[in-house]
Design a protein around this ligand. Structure first.
Ligand code: 5RP
Length: 234
């Protein structure tokens, strides 16, 4: 296990302390969220009664294989708690998510939860969002026109020459679990995440963007030898 993997595990282990019997849990996507699922599974085998809602097919497969009961969001909502990772998190608990192409379901599940705990190693905690290219999920139809509208919306906010690149894997366009595409928008630095999020949401052809603003209620950040908890205030 790399030292980064062990930090992810430390953050995941701390999040487990907030899980109570009978909870309805949103299960995030990505390596850190999977560390949480790995640690939750033995507790479930020992009788902890929780039901999960997976934020991706990948997480659903893993949770089922480990014996964690899953159900549909619409049957369980509102959820008690969602535990998920992030690509970047700032001290206001605003996030960039979507490197795993699961941002849409992740946001729906988190928005349907009373609490969202974000778990991450210290490399994800940043002073300002935007170094990590922002994932934006778009409809495949008319994709080039949507990319052009995204670029115009960004330019109107002062972000000139933002590169919006359709994500590919092994040469093929990446499809989300909902059959959409993902474009990654390189901002460098995001000055006003709320304004950018609102502008992107208004672009025709955009399904969802990876800015999670005002959703997370707690960050659990693992540093070597200690775990930091940052709570939402107000
Ligand atoms: C997936 C996500 C992940 O939570 C994010 O990419 C972090 O992943 P990891 O824990 O593997 O670094 O948003 O869409």
């Amino acid at each position: 296990m790399t030292s980064q993997d062990s930090l992810k595990r430390d953050a995941a282990a701390k999040a487990l302390e907030f899980v109570r019997p009978g909870m309805k849990l949103g299960l995030g996507t990505g390596s850190t969220a999977e560390a949480f699922v790995d640690l939750l599974a033995p507790l479930v085998r020992d009788g902890l009664d929780v039901t999960g809602v997976a934020t991706s097919e990948r997480t659903a497969l893993k949770a089922r294989a480990l014996g964690i009961a899953l159900d549909e969001l619409d049957r369980l909502a509102p959820l008690d708690l969602t535990v998920d990772g992030a690509d970047e998190a700032d001290h206001s608990l605003d996030l960039i998510k979507g490197a795993g192409a699961a941002l849409l379901r992740e946001k729906i599940v988190a928005a349907s939860s009373r609490e969202m705990i974000v778990i991450a190693d210290e490399s994800k905690l940043v002073a300002q969002l935007g170094k990590f290219a922002l994932p934006v999920e778009i409809i495949p139809f008319g994709q080039a026109t949507t990319l052009a509208r995204i670029a115009r919306a960004c330019a109107a906010l002062g972000y000139r020459d933002v590169k919006a690149t359709l994500r590919r894997k092994d040469g093929a366009l990446v499809r989300t679990d909902s059959g959409n595409l993902v474009c990654d928008c390189a901002f460098g630095a995001i000055k006003d995440a709320a304004a950018l999020g609102a502008a992107l949401s208004a672009v025709t052809g955009v399904v969802e963007h990876g800015l999670f603003i005002g959703i997370a209620t707690m960050l659990i950040i693992a540093h070597p030898g200690r775990v930091e908890i940052i709570r939402r205030t107000g």
